[in-house]
Ligand binder design. Structure first.
Ligand code: ADP
Length: 398
């Protein structure tokens, strides 16, 4: 069984083509600048060096056709024809309260997805465009939607409700939804497997730390709290996002800067976080390098980030009434041992202790705790595409 996984943005489309018998990536790539000048497709077969095809991609249908053209190409392809694509798995950002699990896509599902647009105006429209383009090109191929929000639908009301007038929840669906659910679920399950215990018996805090960052409390395999909320702006400070700030600041900044609320939203989403504090870059590598050279604001940005992660670990241990595993994943969580060390330093009282030699290992699933640590700390590379492919295979193998 071969699954094509699609992650569609407004002007880009990332894909992976996965053989599910061996769970190996047969090919992967990216269509970029869709609808813009100088569009191209970058396509790689297995471990081979990717090729770049400069090609006019006026819309997502042409992009999908190009992907299929490359997958079936006699030189760069991996299959003979389209019938060897067993199913397509689509990453969808927002499923609201309608979708607490992945769904086989039909007309009804698309209609509900469209209803969710107001909750994710930037993300859901391109996701839907990608789905419709695939249905147009591959009308006979089953499609599955896998939602970033679905895993968090198990959060109890006391963690998903904001203390706002209750009517807003009813009228406007204002509540905390959480994101990165596919990743939190995947790494929590891998962590349980690595520990050799059923996930139903474990209390896990998963830290997905990348360009966007969120933390999740996974109790018995279920998300019971997470740091992102109604939008992916809440919670931790991120590359360009402020994370949680005093809500009164929105009107205050608008007044002081003489700008409207949308402009303040742009500041909070695009000019804050690591970029805002350091004044240098949103990329943690750049900022760490400057911090190493003595730049104080760069150091401060890293210190705020690590402090916030540490507080979430403590909060979620309290929320769950215990803690068995802390997992680090995504760009920063997987790759940066010094930040990992800083995030857990001071949590020894909770039973967390990491082994410096093990913490130096990169790119593999590893328990980095000391032998006698009561709480296990792990690094688990996330693999959202494989998780989407597994969900797609599960729902379409009949
Ligand atoms: P996305 O949310 O786009 O999937 P990633 O999970 O790829 O993001 O994470 C990207 C972030 O990870 C960037 O800020 C990058 O600087 C950071 N990153 C990657 N490698 C390292 C590293 N060795 N040290 C610190 N940060 C890193």
């Amino acid at each position: 069984m071969n699954i094509l996984v699609i992650n569609c943005g407004s002007s880009s489309l990332k894909y992976q083509f996965i053989n599910m018998d061996t769970e190996t990536v047969l090919a992967k790539g990216l269509c970029d600048r869709i609808g813009l000048e100088k569009s191209f497709v970058k396509h790689g077969k297995g471990d081979e060096q990717p090729i770049v095809v400069n090609k006019d991609l006026p819309d997502h249908k042409v992009a999908i056709s190009s992907v299929i053209g490359l997958l079936t190409d006699s030189v760069h392809g991996v299959i003979g024809d389209m019938s060897e694509i067993s199913a397509v798995g689509h990453r969808v950002v927002h499923g609201a309260e309608k979708f607490s699990e992945s769904k086989v896509i039909n007309g009804e599902v698309i209609a509900v997805l469209k209803e969710c647009i107001e909750l994710a105006p930037l993300h859901n429209p391109p996701n839907i465009t990608g789905i419709e383009a695939c249905i147009h090109i591959m009308p006979e191929t089953p499609m599955v939607a896998v939602f970033d929000t679905a895993f968090h639908q198990t959060m109890p009301a006391h963690s998903f409700m904001y203390a706002l007038p209750y009517d807003y929840y009813i009228k406007y669906k204002i509540r905390r939804y959480g994101f990165h659910g596919t990743s939190h679920r995947y790494v929590a399950e891998r962590a349980a497997a690595l520990m050799g215990k059923p996930i139903s018996e474990l209390k896990i805090v998963t830290c997905h730390l990348g360009n966007g960052s969120s933390i999740c409390a996974v109790d018995g395999g279920k998300s019971v709290d997470t740091s992102m909320g109604f939008t992916p702006l809440e919670g931790l400070m991120m590359g360009t996002r402020s994370g949680s700030v005093d809500p009164a600041l929105v009107a205050y900044i608008a007044d002081k800067e003489g700008v409207d609320l949308k402009a303040v939203g742009d500041v909070l989403n695009k000019k804050s976080g690591v970029l805002g504090i350091s004044g240098l870059s949103s990329d943690f590598r750049d900022v760490l390098e400057k911090a190493g050279q003595g730049n104080e604001r760069a150091r401060l940005a890293m210190d705020i980030f690590c402090y916030q992660v540490k507080k979430y670990i403590g909060q979620y241990a309290a929320a769950m009434g215990g803690l068995d595993i802390v997992v680090f994943t995504a760009g920063i969580g997987e790759n940066n041992n010094s930040l990992r060390k800083q995030m857990v330093t001071g949590l020894e009282f909770m039973g967390i202790a990491i082994d410096n030699a093990k913490n130096a290992v990169r790119g593999e699933e590893i328990d980095i705790s000391t032998e006698d640590a009561r709480v296990r700390t792990m690094v688990i590379p996330t693999n959202e595409e494989l998780a989407i492919a597994r969900e797609t295979a599960r729902l379409t193998s009949y």
